[in-house]
Unconditional design. Sequence first.
Lengths: 1171, 185
Amino acid sequence: MGELTGDTQAEFERRLLTEPTLYEELEIAEDELIDEYLSGEMNESDRTNFEQRFLASEERRRKLSFSRSLRKHLSMRTPPTNRSWSLFFNRPVALAAFALIALAVALVSWRVYFTESDVTKGLVALNAAYREQRPLEARISSFSYAPFSVTRSGEHAPVDDTTRDRAMRILLDAAAERPGPTSYHALGRAYLAEKQFDKAIEQFEKAVQASVNDPQLWSDLGAALLEKGRTEQSGTGLETLGRSLENLSKALQLNAGQLEALFNQALCYELMMMPEEAEEAWENYLARDSDSPWAIEARQRLEALRQRKQRGTSDIVNEFVAAYSDRNNEAAWNLIRSSYSSSGNAIANSFFINKGPNADRVGVLSFIGRLAQQRAGDNYYADTARVYALSTPQELQDLEGAHQQLVDAYALFTQSKFDEAIAIYDRAQRDFERLGSFAESVFVQYRIAHSYVLKPDLEKSRQLYERLLRLCGERRYQWLAGQALIGLANNSVSRGEWTRAIAYSKQALTLFEATGHTDGLLRSLIQLSDEHENLNQSPVALTFMHRALAIVSFEASEPMQRWGIYTALGLNLEALESLSASAAYHREALRLALEMQRPLIISRTYAYLGSVYGRQKRFVDAVLNLQQAYDLGARMGAEPNGIDIMGHASLQLGDVYSAAGDYPKAIESYERCLGLYEELKFPFYSYAAHRGKLLAYIQLEDDISTERELQVLLSSLEQYRENITQQSQRNSFFDTQQSVFDAAIEFSYLRRRDQAAFAYAEQSRARTLLDAMYQARLPDGLLDLELDNVNSPLSLDIIQQRMPDEAQLLVYSLLEGKLLFWVLNRTGISTAERDIDGPALKEQITRFVREISRVPVPQDEGFRDDARKLYDLLIQPVAGFLDPNRALCIIPDKTLGRLPFAALISPSGHYLIEDYQLQLAPSASVFIHTSELAAKKAIGEEKVLSVGDPSFNTAEFSSLPRLPAAAREAEEIARYYKSSILLTHERALESRVKAEIEKSDVVHFALHYVADPTSEMLSKLVLAAEATKADAVPARFNILKTSVAERGSGADGLLQAYELYGLKLPRTRLVVLSACQTGIDREYRGEGVVSIARPFLVIGVPLVVASLWPVDSEATAELMTAFHRHRKKSLLSTTAGLQRAQAEMLRGGDPHYRHPYYWAAFVVTGGYAQF
Amino acid sequence: MKSWDPSQELFNRLLEWLDADRDAAGEKYETIRRRLIKIFTCRGCTEAEDLADETINRVTFKVADLVQAYTGEPALYFYGVAQKVHLEYLRKAKSVPQSMMPVIERDQLEQEHECLDCCMEKLPPENRELVLRYYGEEKQAKIENRRQLAEELGIAVNALRIRAYRIRRELYDCVRHCLDEQPAH
């Protein structure tokens, strides 16, 4: 049906002409395709293809017509009974092997017939190689059953190496000679069996692109991700498992009975700790395969799951009593520390309302008190035990009564009757105070504060928690202090004070790590996950959840703890687009919520599940779930919590209606949400509701309402900016909010309000950098910049007034379907626009950068086509406005930040760098700021610090080569300056560099740069290591655990980004980072690219030269030497010097270096400068 | 496309080139033509037969040279020419209609059904029963049904598949023949 690629098709056609049986096989396949079409078994895409392409010939249309008639004829006839066959065929009945059926079915697809023999041969060999034991727990399609076992000795599964190698050879040849989905798929299976997961995934993904409707392929891709996820540590593993489930679901959408996918899905649920989903999945598997060897294994797993569930119902109080009787302190403490929940400690609680003698009670409480003091430094139960020991019988009876009130109040609390609960808690508190049990009266205050959080009454709960924290600090009630911290974190989240919330949660986590309270650990981890999730830091959020999963026991943990974990994981994975996994976690959570019968919890779970279904475009399911959530609130009448429930469900309903295209209904839901929360004076969801309204009004083209919503949102965003005070949090949060700014830019631009559009663009761009340039600090214990102020960007008028005469700005706004241009200089402003296909442009830029940034082969001109097209798209529309006599500073947007503009090619065949002095700036305001700084620093003779080829620690960086060319580069450069400090090889010590840099005007680093994948603050310039290793900072350390003591001491030979923030560079006017990819670490929408260049800009260096990709050492040495020569000998400015050096190289005598790979990576970032 | 046909003499030389035995050559010729039609059909050409004939004509004109110079498999030479013919076709081709679903008149359908009934009756009973059973089920049941059928017949499923196809082809040819003999409307 026209799906074969060129070479594949030619190969097939040649064989069709020469092989005797292939023609008949093809005819049969055509008949079968026709039958498939007529019986409605074809999917939509194949059907369209069939109608448009397959039926193009008259002959096939005749066959279709004939097949219709045949079907009609058959439908009117009753097939003969089986017995009649013996009359016609008097042949011995042979057993048809099941494998032959599989082969026959496979042959139906004539599209892959030609590769089948090779691939089949390879797969048969692969299967044979692993016939004794399968290599992975997951099922790989076309593999026969073989048992799987994990050995503790680490021995590999028995495998026939020779056969496996043969299989690999055949399949590699098949993929190379006849590339296509069949051969890729087969090769992927071979890699998967060898546990080369990334290679397997690569092959499967290539195959899936060409054959999107093959359920086996999706299943195998899911299997590869499953096995990869199993091996990964931290949150990445969960993310990969989430992707696995997504692919397995896709397989099952295509074929609900795909056994491999069903099997793997159940395994994946088990790995992701979803016991109920796993149980259901195994049952589902067994319903379709009840007697194969796979089924036997499935049944065993199902049985094991059920047994684990039964084991989990043991009585912890009895276990504790046994441990207490045996004086087994270890076991007793483990039971105690894991028995906390928001109602207190379950073991201790069972002794407060006790019918037994008080002596026993006091004994137990004293025992618990002692253990808690010794193990966790917590005085709570020791204080309580003393009160019980000294109380009279009447007082003891009253204490029991107060405890009964706690039980009653908690029951009301779980039913969301918070006012009634608070009233009873108040009475209990008074009783405990009267009876002298101070500790317990403090506990009741915690309960009251918790009730106010959920009511919700933010002000009251904050006051109570702050008081509680103070009291607990004085008395050393550790568990309660941790609860107060989490409560305060929660309260701060509700106010949008994310940075503060995270600080509280981290304190709570540190506290619970010390005390070992399981409940506290879990709650702090969940809280931190939620906070980072809201800041668009899903990978970090998942890291916390990974830790939570390692702590929790799904058999024994409290349902509420498990609910919290499932819900957080569901939300994390939803943000990462792993919707199947997200929905599964929410379903798991829903079972628990229904079991607990807590309306708030049930309603939230329905709402989350509905939201995920909405994202999956299962709109009916989505609305049904959200309606369930809403109705729970509605049934609670005027209770504040009922209003909260309805408000929350309304918000989610708005999102679902919007996704379904019903914008009026969406707006109605958002307004209901806003009204309900207004009633509660609880603004937490207000931003989300207004954002939903904005997007709906834009769709409805309601300008007045759009304008109104924009104003509300932009003002809220500035409020968020003030409340999010850490650099990384702000960058990631505003990354997700860029769509609001983009909507504002487009809305204003289309209404010819260019100034407003420009202002919105500037308002969204590199704001954190701007704030950091004014004032920022690196607090102890944090690897993040703390931003104390929010600075407004400059207006267009001011920018124009303060523009250097010699410069012009080209500012881009890359919107979804439109690219906006502003060209401005001191005297004028011009605008232009161009309709674009956003994803296609992104793809084009990615392709161009990929092409240009790899070592070229001779005559490699493949980049030129895209270079011209990109020029046409990005420069041509404003070419008439640009002045070639002015330096051109480009302010890129989003993915344009990765583009080497210098290498774009104009219609006259020039590279852009040949026509303009080029530089980049993150925003117009930053450009002005750095230009003015440059003007102040442009005084006096320059002193250079030139650093090259440091003798770094080769044991730590064994993959990095030494850079002799960089040493030469540094030496050459130093010669151009009258005053210079040259630090090469072992002299390039971190301490020397730090000491000299502050005294230098120009700093040149020719060395290795190593970007850190976990945090840009840990990315490093690799210098010479000092002799002492004891103080060395580990190359990678946990961002959350970093303390001042662990900070770089200057001895480890690594100049890390966070250390740069601590430097003071009053003289430095230019830093050249002549190393690999120093210009891009990561990219945020709004904030732009973040790299090691950034700290230099923040600490007052107005110009930084950095690279966009890993560069060639020899060519870079030549380029950089020329650059400094032009600066010093020809007295050119930095941008002009780099321009000339690049132009010389691209036209130069060495044809090898003319390719942009060698010269286009380096860009100047910052302001305009005369030097 | 070229509009003239090669002479009988050239055509005879072509057959000689294909095989010294005249009958075998004729068979080879037919096979190549049928397969070329299939190739053009699979490439989505609406005039597959014309293109196959054009390919054969061009080879026929070249046959004198081929006898001297070409030593490979003749079918592959036809293939090389077919690719050129296809390229030329693509340059001239008009846009493909959105859907190729045939619009069939009700009368025509009824005629076809009548023909099929008639052709069914002409089949040997065992072949008729085989068709009825082989094509009698759909989806999952189809696979099981065919497996059982193959088992009863003592043959492999793939052999059954080929046997059913051949009977179906016979039926199809019979129906085409029957329709051709019907008076035109």
